[in-house]
Design a protein around this ligand. Structure first.
Ligand SMILES: [Zn+2]
Length: 394
């Protein structure tokens, strides 16, 4: 094949192929530069002459079975405005050792595969792969659009052991992560509202969140018209934590046979009944037969879930009062405490009848973020993790 044809196949501006070499599984394409066209990487003006140069190898898309490198002279130029600067090539970023099209390919692979697998496929170091993907995502999410936010959900996720949290804001209409901030304090959410601006905050009709005062205070300050909704996903998650506490308390005071029934029952109590196997269902029944408090808490959980099916504010209000009455009648201190909390936050539970926010969607998002977290684990790069979360919800 003549060098002219390979130059045409290569399809890069301002260079032509002078030679090709194959070493093992690598091919090196030697390039000649077009004379007199150097661009200052600082001010982008064209400069006629190079100042000095050195040979550089730039990774490009693979050619058949070969990892492909372009070998060319890269120049420093003397720019009348900026002084001695590195030139800018049209097909590679200034300090990158890869062509732009190869970097785009890496970023596409990273959207479907973990970094380690992309590194293996492309014979690159994982740090290089990660940095390429990170740069691509940083550019992609540099100008977010906050103009159509009406229905939001705010969630917190832990990203490290030792109580390190992120605040995640979701656009529920588009099922999209619109913002992620470090921490879960009121100030964290304040930053979100400041970023979207007063005008966009006024468009928000309702926000689903946890019964978490710092978030609620921030919403009241920056989007006072927005209705706060406590969704099923968050409330039942909190109820499950309470059941777990009751289970531990009951275990500590149980007889030998009672302990046997409670031991290892955490999964049975916290999982939806439909998802349990036959033998698990039997074990659960045995436990509920021998322990009255655990049984009451379990039955009340199923009943509480019906709250989010109420079609009007009035219906939700009377349902809640009825449920709280039953919980208090149990005389269990955990259940009483939880009931009082529900009454304190009843406005947001009742608001659900007006803004029926889909909790399954929220749970799905939460699970997907957990998968992204597992995939990004080991990089210890919070900025990258946040970018990957945004990418996870196109
Ligand atoms: Zn310049």
């Amino acid at each position: 094949m003549s060098n002219d044809i390979i130059t045409e196949l290569l399809n890069l501006p301002q260079v032509s192929v002078s030679n090709i070499d194959i070493v093992g599984n690598t091919t090196i394409i030697y390039l000649t530069r077009e004379n007199g066209k150097f661009v200052c990487s600082c001010c982008r003006q064209t400069v006629g002459q190079g100042y000095d140069s050195r040979t550089q190898y730039i990774r490009d898309l693979s050619c058949f079975k070969y990892n492909t490198y372009l070998c060319l002279d890269k120049f420093r130029i003397y720019c009348p405005c900026c002084g001695v600067k590195v030139e800018e090539l049209k097909f590679a970023r200034v300090f990158s050792h890869c062509t732009i099209r190869f970097e785009d390919y890496i970023a596409k692979l990273c959207s479907i595969l973990p970094v380690s697998q992309v590194a293996e496929l492309t014979s690159l170091d994982w740090k290089t792969v990660k940095e390429i993907d990170k740069r691509y995502l940083t550019e992609k999410f540099s100008c977010p659009d906050y103009s159509c936010l009406e229905l939001l959900a705010i969630d917190e996720i832990s990203y490290k052991s030792g109580h390190k949290y992120l605040t995640v804001v979701l656009d529920l209409r588009q099922t999209k992560v619109v913002w992620v901030g470090q921490g879960r304090r009121g100030e964290t959410l304040d930053k979100f509202f400041c970023e979207i601006g007063e005008g966009n905050a006024k468009n928000i009709c309702a926000i689903a969140t946890d019964m978490w005062d710092p978030y609620i205070a921030s919403i009241r300050q920056y989007a006072p018209q927005a209705k706060v909704v406590f969704d099923k996903f968050h409330v039942i998650a909190e109820y499950n934590r309470m059941i777990d506490r009751i289970r531990n308390e009951e275990y500590s005071i149980a007889s030998k046979s009672g302990k046997k029934a409670i031991k290892g029952s955490r999964y049975l109590l916290l999982t939806n009944k439909e998802n349990l196997g036959q033998s698990q269902k039997e074990r659960l029944r045995e436990l509920l037969d021998v322990n009255k408090i655990i049984s009451t808490a379990y039955i009340l959980k199923d009943e509480l879930k019906m709250l989010w099916q109420c079609g009007s504010k009035e219906e939700a209000d009377s349902f809640l009062i009825d449920w709280v009455g039953k919980a208090i009648a149990s005389s269990n201190k955990d259940l009483c405490k939880f009931s009082k909390k529900l009454m304190r936050y009843s406005y947001g539970l009742i608001n659900h009848a007006m803004y029926p926010i889909n909790s399954a969607k929220l749970e799905g998002v939460n699970n997907k973020i957990k998968v992204i977290k597992r995939r990004s684990y080991g990089f210890h790069d919070l900025t990258y993790f946040i970018l990957k979360i945004k990418q996870g919800f196109p």
